[in-house]
Write a protein that binds this ligand. Structure first.
Ligand code: F6P
Length: 367
């Protein structure tokens, strides 16, 4: 294949979905078709690569999907070929099915595979690259926690949903003179809470990277109350934890590479605020609303740029790389470098500093 042009690419969407996946698929498939390549859509992420589920993608399949949420290919966060859950009698055992994935890749006659996904997808992609697959990664996740790219697509859409929710919570909070706590996603990173909280005018933002002090949270709410601001908005990341406590884990699922499912911290925060300040408090868990629906214009543009850049990399046979946003330009990095480090919020980040400057509390006196 050294001097031959590539003729056929596979494409899959792995892990949790987010707005913009279809825009990337379109961004890959349209130029691929225009250059005479065929495109195979692998269904339900890596699960389809192992079980052999795939469909040919023609122009008609990728036309009109730019603004569509979710993924026309389906996705899964339980299909890691190296961590494959298999039922043995009444027990689920984790086995390695990567050879099966490789056999399907070869049987489908793929010259390259475009893997669209987050941290988990890039880890799997690295291992499959080492086995000989020609992979190009595209970074998606609402969490925005991939260090190698300035932004992942999907994040802006999630932040938009959080902002709209906070705007709505503001009016009911101020009318009823209540404290409103909203829980947002993000796993171990606080980007959604930080950006959503900043855009939505939250009074307190609690994130995993800055463990909070309960007393500082209560004081902030009480100070506002005493100054005549008879409502407060608390935007809490699902991974936020107090100085003396742990993250709130909703469930554990061994079928997933990361078994931890976070969720429920908003209820704890709301209960403690009521108990310790006497103020009426309500909580809302925004959940999967942050992942559904149409991508924002920013995400449509970023996804289209990512998709078209990814297919160009594949046509140039620059494999083992992930596309990345650096400033305003799309470039690429080695997949192994992309997964070396998680991108977490730093107290010195401009968004944190700007929030503090306009009076937002991160639940700590030391920043
Ligand atoms: O990684 C994206 C994400 O939405 C996280 O923010 C969240 O913790 C997790 O996925 C939820 O996963 P699931 O949809 O499997 O509950």
């Amino acid at each position: 294949m050294k001097n031959k042009r590539i003729k056929r690419v596979g494409i899959l969407t792995g892990g949790g979905d987010c707005p913009g996946l279809n825009a990337v698929i379109r961004g890959v498939a349209k130029p691929a078709h225009d250059n005479g390549l065929s495109v195979l859509g692998i269904q339900d992420g890596f699960e389809g690569l192992v079980t052999g589920k795939a469909i040919e993608l023609y122009n008609k399949d990728v036309s009109g999907i730019l603004a569509q949420g979710g993924s026309i290919l389906g996705s899964s966060n339980k299909g890691d070929p190296f961590h494959w859950p298999e039922q043995f009698d009444d027990e689920v055992k984790i086995v390695d099915r990567s050879e099966k994935a490789l056999r399907n890749y070869e049987a489908w006659d793929l010259d390259a595979l475009i893997a669209i996904g987050g941290d988990g997808t890039m880890h799997i992609s690295k291992k499959l690259s080492d086995m000989g697959m020609n992979i190009v990664g595209v970074p998606k996740t609402i969490d925005n926690d991939l260090d190698a790219t300035d932004q992942t697509f999907g994040h802006d859409s999630a932040v938009y949903v959080v902002t709209m929710a906070l705007d709505r919570l503001h009016t009911t909070a101020s009318t009823h003179h209540r404290v409103m706590v909203i829980e947002v996603m993000g796993r171990y990173a606080g980007w959604i809470a930080l950006h959503g909280g900043l855009a939505g005018g939250a009074d307190i933002i609690l994130i995993p990277e800055i463990p909070f002090d309960w007393e500082v949270v209560y004081d902030k709410v009480m100070q506002r109350h005493m100054r005549g601001k008879r409502f407060s908005i608390v935007c809490v990341a699902e991974g936020a934890k107090p100085l003396d406590g742990e993250m709130v884990v909703r469930a554990k699922d061994i079928k997933r590479t990361d078994p931890i499912q976070l969720g429920g911290v908003a209820e704890v925060v709301a209960e403690n605020i009521t108990r310790n300040t006497g103020l009426e408090t309500r909580y809302t868990i925004l959940g999967h609303l942050q992942r559904g629906g149409s991508p924002t214009p920013y995400d449509r543009i970023l996804s289209t740029k990512f998709g078209t850049y990814a297919i160009n990399l594949a046509m140039k046979k620059k494999f083992g790389r992930m596309v990345a946003l650096k400033g305003n330009e799309i470039s690429s990095v080695k997949i192994e470098d992309a997964i070396a480090k998680q991108k977490l919020v730093k107290p010195t980040d401009q968004a944190v500093q700007a929030a503090v400057a306009v009076g937002v509390s991160f639940g700590t006196e030391k920043l």
